[in-house]
Write a new protein. Structure first.
Length: 153
């Protein structure tokens, strides 16, 4: 299995959330070997989305911004399990991992569809039906109620 860890902590390898994620990976790998790729988003050149929609019109599926996102999207599409690992900052994800999420726009098609459950979204450009997702996050609040409600995941 190809596992992609998206470490969204600005602390990179020093992240407490990443320590928890690595413990999770140790458990996952205890029975079977996996191809694990940990990406420290804070160390990558991920610029902010410009909202130009060229990835839908002029260069379908490809962003016109020249940074590390092209390679990261390829890794994302190939992954079987994607682990989103980040601390909670101001009821949301740290800004660099949010920029990464925004820049995933080229992976979607430029039209809307309505799912059977009534949710409207952009269909994926790729067959990602094999993918599974895990969110591992830490939070400094003393309660758990409503802390993660604002996350777009």
């Amino acid at each position: 299995m190809n596992i992609l860890v998206l470490n969204g902590s600005p602390k990179g390898e020093r992240s407490n959330t990443l320590k928890i994620t690595k413990a999770f990976l140790d458990g996952v790998s205890s029975k079977q070997r996996h191809n694990i790729n940990i990406v420290n988003i804070s160390e990558k050149d991920v610029q902010h989305c410009r909202g130009c929609f060229a990835c839908w019109t002029k260069t379908p599926g490809k962003c016109v911004i020249k940074d590390d996102m092209g390679e990261l999207i390829e890794q994302y599409v190939r992954a079987d399990l994607i682990i989103w690992s980040f601390p909670l900052y101001c009821f949301g994800m740290p800004s660099k991992i949010k920029a990464f999420l925004d820049r995933m726009l080229p992976t979607n098609l430029p039209y809307m569809s309505i799912n059977e459950d009534g949710i409207c979204n952009h269909p994926s450009r790729y067959d990602l039906s094999h993918q599974r997702y895990v969110l591992i996050s830490t939070c400094g609040f003393c309660s758990v109620k409503n802390n993660y409600d604002a996350l777009p995941l």
